[in-house]
Structures are given as C-alpha cells and as structure tokens.
Design a protein around this ligand. Structure first.
Ligand code: 16G
Ligand code: MG
Length: 560
C-alpha cells in the first residue's frame, strides 16, 4: 500500500470536516455534493475487498428512487450480493475518518480482515443517469487505482446489470457473459423461448406501457427491446428526454401514492408498469372500466411468480421445496392467500434486500419480494440437476422442465431486476392466458396507510420479530397493541427508516378510513413516546393532502 500516494490523492477528494454518514440499507446516500470523498474511499475499500476475496467487486453509483440532486454508492460482493455486514461497518468507519486518520483506518481494516495487500484487485464500476454520477464514478476509479487495483468502467448501467456483471465475472462465465450484449441475449433468448410455448399467445398482441422514472431503465430497455420484440412490444414513457429523474413518476411514486405516474396516458384495462430510478424495482397497474386505479405491487408479483413455479414443480413431480420471503410491509391479504390458498410457506424478514435474499437461499426455489417491488427468485443446484435429468421424463414433464430452465435463465438471480422481472411476469401472463385484471383478482389488498414521524433520535426505536414489534421505547408496543384492537383485520408496526431520518408507521385494516385512523393514532403514540419533534402528526384527511404534496404517504382510492 503506497500510503504517500493515498494521502496525496485523498487530499484531492477531501472530506468536509464534521460530516458523518452511515452505510445504510443500500449504501451511502445523500446530496451529491457531499459524496466525492465517500466515492474515493469506497474505491479504496472495494480494492481491499477484492484483494481479500480474490474476486471481482462491484461499485454502483446511484441513489435509486431518491431525488435527482442526491446520489449514493454501494458495493457489490462476489456473487452479486450486497456487501457483507462487517464490511458495511468498515465502509462507515472509512467514510467518516478525518483526513489525518484515513491511513490508520485503512491499515486497521486490512489487518482485521487479513487482506493480502500483494494480491491483485479488480473492481467493476457502473453508474445511473444523474448529472453528478459520471464525476463521482471517476472518484471511485481514482480510489481503486491508487491502491494498485485494476478496473472496468461499464459506464451507464442499471443497478441489477452491475450485479449481473459481478456474478458473471466471478463464476467463470457459467452464469452468463459479463457484457451488456450477454445480459440482453441471455434474458431475451429465455423470454422468447418461453413465450413460444404459450398456447393462447395469438389472442392478444402483447404490449406493455413502461414508465422508466426518467432514469437509466429507459436507456437500457431501449437498447434491449429489439432483442425480445417478437414476444413483447414495449412503449416507453418518462424516458428521460424531458422530465426529471423520479419526479412524479417511477415505482416508488406509484407505490407510495397508489396513483399512476405523470406523463403516461392510460386507457382502461391497459397493462402498465413502473421502474424506479435505477431499475431494480417494478410495480404494475391498470385502470378498470369504471375508471378505478389498481396497483399490483411486489406482493402480487410474488404471488403470480410463486404460484407458477409451484405448478411447474408439481408437474415435474418433484419434492423440491419452494418458499416465499416477504417483509412486514407485505399486505396481510397476500400472506393469507399464499399460505392458505396456495399452501406455500411464507417467511418474514427485516426490510432490506440483503435480508430477504439471504433467507430465500434456504429453499430449492426461494421467491422474495418487498411490497415496493424489489425482488427475484433464486434456484438451488438441486433444481438445475432435476432439469438435467428431465431427458428421461415423459413429454409433459419434459416440457415443464424446459419452461423451468428458461425461467431460471430469465431471472436475474444476482439481484431484484425490473427488466428481468418484467419479462418473467409477461411470460407467465402469456403462458397462463391471464389478463391483468385476472391477475389482480387473485386476492384483494387490505386498505393500508404509511406515514412518517419526525423524532429527535430514531434509534430510540428498536424492534424484534422481523420489525413487527417494538422493543423500545417502553410502552410503545403496548400502546400499538391497544390501538390495533380497536379495528377489524388490523395490524400496525413502526420501525426506524434505514435510509431517512424518520420513523415509519404502517397500518392496515378492513377499510381505508380505519387504516388511516389507526396509522394516525400510532403516529401520535410514536410522537409521544419516542421523542417526536416539530408539528404533531395530523389526522389522515389533512396528512393526505400534505403528504401527497411532498411525495409521502399513500392514498388507496383513486378515481379518474
Ligand atoms: C432500500 C432497500 C430496500 C428497502 C428500503 C427501505 C436495498 C437494495 N434497498 O431502498 O430494499 O425497502 O431501503 O427503506 O436493500 P427505509 O428503511 O427507509 O424504509
Ligand atoms: Mg432502486
């Protein structure tokens, strides 16, 4: 390690003194102008992690669904996974070290993690379309280079594409080719093969409207569309040619407001979907003939996918297990439907993809989705073995095995991926001959409401049982329990956000009015018992209009 060079270059990426940032649920995120030093240092850290694991490490520059002025960075571990927790701590220490302490922190990390500094390092870098991203990704590269690491700059990529590249490079090409062309071809080939097997493909020309959040998803989908155009025609909206990134559009906007994005004309019964700013989330929606807006979120996507995969497993006659992983935000109706109607075991983990991903790896087929639309399916080697043996099976079973093989290729198993999920969903709808309304009708979501509460220190709230119960502050859970008892089919929980300085409140109940009341009452309990600051939470009617103006909260009913 050339400490002299590190100090010299670090001074060119100086840390604003006193600035403290946390490697949160999905890396560092804040205003872009505060991130130059973090980027340089994450370049250094990625090189160390690469030396330690003797593998390629990824660095993605994006702030996902956050406003355009923000940016962020996250590291991608060797198998396309999120960074290991102990390294998240190193990332926080390194990002917050004052200039004069940088060297010591770097040496500490290398020693603690037994990094062989003579080992080669290789880091791949990707970035989203934010105006600040190009310069910031250059700072990452400076960090990698000063530690003697090699790099490949992929330039503009969706976050899941970067995960895919890392996974491909560390599995000797077995998973796929680590190029954009390789990604497009792998997914499109699987999709077109699947679609060909749809017996009812003739009755409806398959087309889909896609809101790209004015982000990277638009560029990449445009590059890709001709690869799969024989199976699906996509019409892109919010493609970045005029609107602002994530502004009044994108998956996060649609999910949290339960409203369509701006900039998209929707006729009744047209199938539409929205990506988020870095294309790792997707939600679907449509207007019915009466002009009501229907959101199909991550829970319903998980239901469609897992029921299809379960059918394939039954067809093959195999005792391979399948499980669905959700978070506390999953709508109660979805959990009930999965468990009671589909008879699929459901597990709940803490919020954040790494938790769901980890749990899903325990199954032969693990389907995980957050309600916000981030998710994928993971397949064990046992499933791949079964497919290989299917040559000897009878015709019908062989067909199911072939479908399963294509589905496995179509999923981005390195990360939730809006493009990959979109193609999986479109293929399943075609194969099952389902309309968007029929899919939506699988179950009815319980009305729900999400709110935010400002408190002096959100760390006073700690939770257990996959965030469904508050342990501290004392009395809060008891208060929530008493409030929940007042409503039918009700449930509520609170948790400190991992990405914003707020406490999040979630409530669901048998009617929108009840869900709104419950959410408001729980917000008041948080405000009183967890050190609320600023204005007291307002009742739902008022918060509804305020929230919508500021891009918060949800409104379940929307009529055109
Ligand atoms: C991040 C997470 C997402 C989670 C969200 C929760 C990843 C890649 N992304 O966006 O999974 O739902 O944070 O945010 O892990 P919150 O803690 O502010 O509610
Ligand atoms: Mg995202």
């Amino acid at each position: 390690m050339d400490l002299g060079a590190i100090t010299k270059y670090s001074a060119l990426h100086a840390k604003p003194s006193g600035l403290i940032l946390q490697y949160g649920t999905a890396g560092f995120r804040t205003k872009a102008e505060h991130l130059d030093h973090v980027m340089f240092r994450m370049g250094l850290l990625a090189a160390l992690r690469s030396k330690q694991t003797k593998s390629t490490i990824g660095v993605m520059v994006t702030a996902s669904h956050n406003p355009e002025e923000d940016n962020g960075v996250k590291l991608v571990d060797p198998l396309g996974e999120m960074l290991a927790p102990s390294w998240e701590e190193h990332a926080t220490c390194l990002a917050n070290a004052e200039e004069q302490d940088m060297q010591r922190v770097l040496i500490d990390i290398s020693e603690k993690e037994a990094v062989n500094l003579q080992q080669d390092a290789f880091v791949v870098v990707g970035r989203d379309t934010r105006p600040s991203s190009e310069k910031l990704s250059q700072s990452v590269i400076d960090g990698v280079t000063v530690l003697g690491g090699q790099f490949h700059d992929y330039g503009l990529l969706t976050t899941p594409q970067l995960h895919y590249m890392v996974y491909c490079r560390n599995t000797g090409g077995r998973y796929g080719k680590a190029t954009l062309e390789g990604y497009y071809q792998k997914l499109s080939k699987a999709f077109v093969e699947l679609i060909k097997q749809a017996s009812c493909s003739g009755d409806e020309y398959r087309s889909l409207k896609v809101d790209c959040a004015n982000g990277i998803g638009a560029l990449k989908l445009r590059e890709m569309e001709h690869y799969f155009s024989q199976g699906l025609s996509v019409q892109l909206f919010n493609d970045g040619s005029k609107g602002k990134l994530n502004h009044l559009c994108g998956a996060d906007f649609v999910k949290s407001h339960q409203k369509p994005p701006h900039g998209m004309e929707i006729k009744s019964n047209e199938r539409c979907c929205s990506f988020d700013g870095d294309a790792d989330r997707i939600v679907y929606y449509y207007y019915d003939a009466d002009g009501h807006f229907h959101l199909i979120d991550g829970d319903k996507i998980a239901t469609l996918i897992s029921s299809f995969l379960k059918e394939l497993l039954v067809e093959i006659g195999e005792s391979l297990n399948i499980g669905v992983v959700q978070t506390a935000y999953a709508n109660g109706s979805s959990t009930q439907y999965l468990e009671e109607v589909m008879k699929v075991p459901v597990y709940c983990t803490k919020t954040g993809v790494k938790h769901l991903h980890h749990k899903a790896q325990e199954f032969d087929i693990g389907v995980y989705f957050e309600a916000n639309g981030h998710g994928t399916a993971l397949f064990s080697t046992a499933v791949e073995m079964k497919i290989k043996q299917s040559e000897q099976l009878e015709e019908k079973k062989r067909k199911a095995a072939k479908m399963l093989e294509n589905i496995i290729d179509l999923f981005n198993q390195a990360a939730g991926d809006a493009i990959s999920d979109m193609l999986v969903i479109e293929a399943i709808l075609a194969l099952k001959g389902l309309t968007v309304q029929q899919w939506d009708a699988l179950y009815t979501d319980l009305p729900n409401r999400q709110l935010k509460v400002q408190v002096a220190d959100r760390r006073v709230i700690s939770t257990t049982n996959a965030e469904r119960q508050a342990v501290t502050p004392p009395g809060l859970q008891e208060a929530i329990n008493d409030l929940v008892k007042k409503y039918k089919l009700s449930r509520a929980f609170v948790r400190p956000s991992g990405t914003e300085d707020v406490v999040r409140v979630y409530a669901e109940a048998d009617s929108q009015e009840s869900a709104d009341h419950l959410a408001h009452e729980v917000s008041l309990a948080v405000f009183q018992l967890a050190g609320g600051i600023g204005e007291r939470p307002q009742p739902a009617e008022t918060t509804c209009s305020i929230n919508n103006a500021f891009g918060l909260g949800t409104a379940n009913k929307h009529t055109v």
